[in-house]
Design a protein around this ligand. Structure first.
Ligand SMILES: NC(=O)c1ccc[n+]([C@@H]2O[C@H](COP(=O)([O-])OP(=O)(O)OC[C@H]3O[C@@H](n4cnc5c(N)ncnc54)[C@H](O)[C@@H]3O)[C@@H](O)[C@H]2O)c1
Length: 330
C-alpha cells in the first residue's frame, strides 16, 4: 500500500511509520519536523520524507497521487501549545482540514483516517462516555479537533471511505518521545528526580499504550472499510485517576531505582475529567488493547536504565510547548 501520513515525525507517527515499513508499505510523511527528524528511517527505501507545511495544500496535492490511505495526524497537539498562537493553531488544526480532505478525494485516495481526540468530550460525570455523547469541549484545541470531524464525514462516500479515531491519552516509549503526557511526565519525574507532583489528582483520564494504538492503525490499512465507513471510535484501555496513575508510577519506579519516590499533591485548576467507553471498536473490529499503563511505565524505566533518554529534561523536542515557543512560523 502507498500510505501518506501527515504529522508522522511526531510521538505517535514515528512509531506508526516504523511498523508500516516493517509490513512493507510505502510511506510518505508530510511534516514540518517541529520536534526534530533525526529519529526517522531516512535510509529505508520505503520511506519518503516531505518537509512541508500542511497549510500549503496546493503543494500537498501532488503527493496524493496513487495514495491508498491517508492518516491525518498533523496538528498543534495539546491545549497549552494551541494557546501560544491561537490564530496559527486554528489555521493548522482546522482551516486547512477540508482542503486536505478534498485533495485526497480528488486524487482518488481510497481511505482517509482522521485522528481526533477523546478530549473532545470535555468534562462529564457520566461513568462511561460513548461516541454519541455530546461534545462539550472546554478548550480551543478540543473544539477545533472536534469541528474537523463532521467535515470529513460530509465528504465520505462509497469510493472515498474513512473513519475517525478518538484516542485516549497515549503513553509509553516512542523513538520521538513526548514528556508532556500524563504517564510519561510522571515516570520521567519519578525516575530522574525521585519525586512526582500531582496537580489535583481526582481527575479521571483514559489511557492507551502507544503500541496498542499504532497496532490498531496498522490493522486499519488492510481492513475492508465497508463496515466502518463514516464511523467514529473511542480508543482507550484503562480509565484511571491521575492519583492512581501516580501511585502506579511510584510503585514501579521505586523497584527500578531502589529508592523512595515522593508524591507531592498540589492544587489544580485542570477541570478536564472523563471516562470513555471503547466497546464500539471491540464490537466492530474485535480490537482489544493488550498493553497496560504499568507496561508503559516499565518500558520507560527500561529505556532510562539503558541510557536511551539521558536528556529527558533538557531536550526541548520532548516538550511541545517549550519547543514551539522557540519556533518562528512563516
Ligand atoms: N499523544 C496523545 O496523547 C494523543 C491523544 C489523542 C489524540 N492525539 C492526536 O494524535 C495525533 C498525533 O499526536 P502526537 O502526540 O504524535 O503529536 P505530536 O505533537 O508529537 O506530532 C504532531 C506532528 O505534527 C507536525 N505538524 C504540526 N503542525 C504542522 C504543519 N503545519 N505542517 C506539517 N506538520 C505539522 C509536527 O511537526 C509533529 O511532528 C494528533 O492529531 C493528536 O491530536 C494524540
Amino acid at each position: 500500500m502507498k500510505i501518506l501520513i501527515t504529522g508522522g515525525s511526531g510521538y505517535v507517527g514515528s512509531v506508526l511509520i516504523n511498523k508500516l515499513i516493517k509490513k512493507k508499505h510505502e510511506v510518505y510523511n508530510v511534516d514540518l519536523d517541529l520536534f526534530g527528524n533525526t529519529h526517522l528511517p531516512f535510509k529505508n527505501k520505503l520511506y519518503h520524507h516531505i518537509n512541508q507545511d500542511i497549510r500549503k495544500v496546493s503543494s500537498l496535492d501532488k503527493y496524493m497521487k496513487n495514495v491508498d490511505i491517508v492518516f491525518h495526524l498533523a496538528c498543534i497537539s495539546n491545549d497549552p501549545t494551541f494557546e501560544l498562537n491561537k490564530k496559527l493553531s486554528k489555521e493548522i488544526n482546522y482551516d486547512c482540514f477540508e482542503n486536505i480532505v478534498l485533495s485526497a478525494k480528488k486524487n482518488k485516495v481510497k481511505k482517509f483516517i482522521y485522528i481526533s481526540t477523546c478530549s473532545v468530550y470535555g468534562i462529564s460525570k457520566k461513568p462511561k462516555i460513548t461516541e454519541n455523547h455530546p461534545l462539550k469541549p472546554i478548550t480551543e484545541y478540543n473544539k477545533f479537533k472536534g469541528m474537523c470531524e463532521p467535515i470529513l464525514l460530509k465528504h465520505l462516500d462509497d469510493k472515498f471511505k474513512g473513519c475517525i479515531i478518538r484516542p485516549a491519552t497515549v503513553c509509553g516509549y516512542s523513538t520521538k518521545m513526548r514528556f508532556d503526557l500524563t504517564v510519561n511526565i510522571l515516570t520521567n519525574f519519578a525516575y530522574n528526580k525521585n519525586y512526582i507532583k500531582v496537580f489535583g489528582g481526582k481527575q479521571l483520564r483514559p489511557n492507551i499504550h502507544i503500541d496498542d494504538l499504532t497496532n490498531l492503525y496498522v490493522k486499519l490499512v488492510n481492513l475492508n472499510f465497508s463496515k466502518i465507513n463514516k464511523q467514529i471510535f473511542n480508543v482507550g484501555y484503562e480509565n484511571l485517576s491521575i492519583e492512581n496513575i501516580a501511585k502506579k508510577v511510584k510503585r514501579i519506579v521505586s523497584k527500578y531505582k531502589r529508592e523512595k519516590i515522593l508524591i507531592k499533591f498540589e492544587k489544580s485548576n485542570d477541570k478536564r475529567s472523563y471516562h470513555i467507553d471503547s466497546s464500539k471498536i471491540k464490537k466492530y473490529l474485535n480490537f482489544k488493547p493488550k498493553y497496560t499503563v504499568e507496561k508503559a511505565i516499565h518500558d520507560l524505566c527500561i529505556k532510562f536504565k539503558k541510557g536511551f533518554l539521558n536528556d529527558s529534561f533538557e531536550n526541548n523536542n520532548y516538550f511541545n510547548v517549550k519547543k514551539l515557543k522557540k519556533i518562528k512560523f512563516k
